[in-house]
Ligand binder design. Structure first.
Ligand code: FES
Length: 157
């Protein structure tokens, strides 16, 4: 089964979604698989899921936007995770996040227009002794200040 917007979806993906048809309550696993395949949830993929699982699109979209694990936009080239764990929170984590958002002109959960950066919400990054902490891709930056945030972001191409 296809719809007019599903032409860009590959056959393997469509087959995976058809397999979910047999199982009740498979919307979330179907969305998780979609995100593994595409890195986010393309609108046409959600439309396809809606059609195959016979669930209204509004419901598919509602679930996709409700859970923080799902992304509706492609990830940027660099993913920034500012820790919101307790140790970081008490040592100024919220100010660090605000600074990153301000410098990139996006909010947590969003991607810059040039697709260079995404900010993603995260709990403890496991480096509490270095609080406040953020990660950019695989690199951890600790004992952050607003000035340091500027330097770090400016140094990334
Ligand atoms: S609370 Fe931030 S690294 Fe643990």
């Amino acid at each position: 089964m296809t719809n007019r917007n599903s032409n860009h979806l590959d056959i393997k993906f469509k087959k995976m979604m058809e397999d979910y048809k047999e199982h009740k309550g498979s919307l979330i696993p179907a969305l998780q698989t979609t995100q593994e395949v595409y890195g986010y949830l393309p609108k046409e993929a959600m439309e396809y899921i809606s059609q195959v699982l016979e669930i209204p699109f509004s419901e598919v979209f509602g679930v996709a936007t409700f859970y923080a694990q799902f992304r509706l936009q492609p990830r940027g080239k660099h993913v920034i995770k500012v820790c919101s764990g307790t140790a970081c929170h008490v040592r100024g984590g919220p100010h660090i996040l605000k600074e990153v958002e301000k410098q990139l002109h996006i909010k947590s959960g969003e991607t810059t227009n040039d697709n260079k950066f995404s900010i993603e919400p995260v709990a403890c990054l496991g480096a509490c002794g270095l609080a406040p902490v953020m990660m950019i891709d695989e690199e951890t930056f600790g004992r952050l200040t607003k000035e340091r945030v500027h330097q770090i972001l400016d140094s990334i191409e």
